[in-house]
Design a protein around this ligand. Structure first.
Ligand code: BDP
Length: 336
């Protein structure tokens, strides 16, 4: 009698465990898309693929992520963001710059000449400010989930004519990301910002004379081939804009992904951050050597040259930093 009761007890506990597990899991296997503008082999694309691998493994195949690289799904990051807002795309790895159009607080961590180095930026992103900003993406009602940050180095001008100081931008048409704060940098230097050109279309826009240049990091300048048509690269490092991996609230809901699996997805994303940073460091070096070996004219601004840029764009701190003074102060005082 005692034996039978024990057997029943064990069975009941096993059933309860199975039910509890089933209740917290995504009921069937689902597949979601991830949009990426960079080519295969680029650090962020490698991190996306690692994210997809981890999610599949940790959800035991319940959640599959297909990575669409090189802008094949959305050539412009705003397109991917808007698709995520209506649940048409599950994930996207984008620059934090266009996301600030939907979550303005993000501008506070990408103000011009804000960080002294990559280590400074990472001390901020890995601390309270970085986590609060990721949380702010979801809390903002943008329909987006901020999953993790990736490195993207610093952004620098590349042009068809030499740029050494802010005044050299005068009269130039420079392609900028879809972010009004970024466009202000060019306006304040006396140039004309041009938006609406995706990263894969910059090359031909320069070639056709639609624009006189753009701005980006070593890796994008190299991997998109833009270094072939804009040979001047001015290392002014006007911004350090982190990359962000985003999830779509609506797409995850539509796919019936459980809260437990969303927690796994968030955890997997965090796990890919260090991997991307390592890939980034290697790619940045490789791209710099290739561009220099190609004979491009790389200008390293002097302290005075840099001052001309910093003075020109100083108004951005009052225009876009308003209301975020505490965060800016925290960033400035972050030890690294
Ligand atoms: C690159 C970012 C990419 C942006 C691109 C751009 O990695 O996400 O789309 O700049 O300027 O550095 O649009």
């Amino acid at each position: 009698m005692k034996k039978i009761t024990a057997v029943f007890l064990v069975l009941a506990i096993a059933c309860a465990a199975v039910l509890a597990k089933g209740g917290s899991e995504t009921s069937k296997s689902v597949t979601l898309k991830l949009s990426e503008v960079h080519v295969d082999g680029y650090p962020t694309t490698m991190a996306d693929q690692e994210f997809a691998r981890l999610v599949k493994e940790k959800t035991e195949g319940r959640v599959n992520i297909e990575v669409y690289s090189n802008g094949t799904l959305y050539g412009e990051e705003t397109g991917a963001i808007e698709a995520m807002q209506v649940g048409d795309c599950g994930f996207a790895r984008v620059s934090a710059s266009p996301v600030a159009n939907y979550v303005p607080a993000l501008n506070a961590i990408q103000l011009p000449y804000l960080y002294n180095s990559a280590d400074h930026m990472w001390a901020v992103l890995n601390g309270e400010v970085g986590q609060n900003m990721l949380d702010a993406v979801q809390k903002s009602g943008s329909g987006l989930i901020g999953l993790c940050w990736y490195d993207s180095g610093s952004r620098n001008f590349y042009t068809t004519k030499v740029v050494r100081q802010a005044k050299d931008i005068k009269g130039m048409k420079i392609r900028m990301q879809n972010n009004t704060m970024m466009c202000r940098i060019i306006e304040l230097c006396g140039g004309t910002p041009v938006t609406g050109i995706g990263p894969n279309d910059i090359y031909s826009a320069i070639q056709q004379g639609v624009i006189d240049g753009a701005e980006n990091n070593w890796a994008t300048y190299y991997s998109k081939g833009d270094y072939e048509v804009a040979k001047y690269f001015c290392l002014d490092a006007h911004t350090r804009i982190p990359e962000i991996l985003l999830g779509s609230v609506a797409a995850l809901k539509k796919a019936g992904i459980s809260e437990a699996d969303i927690a796994i997805i968030k955890e997997c994303a965090k796990q890919t951050q260090e991997y991307e940073i390592a890939q980034w460091k290697a790619m940045e070096k490789k791209a710099e050597s290739a561009v220099r070996a190609n004979g491009n004219i790389v200008y390293e601004p002097t302290v005075e040259d840099l001052k001309t840029f910093q003075n020109a764009v100083a108004a951005i701190y009052t225009e876009y930093g308003k209301g975020y003074e505490n965060i800016i102060e925290k960033i400035r005082n972050t030890k690294y």
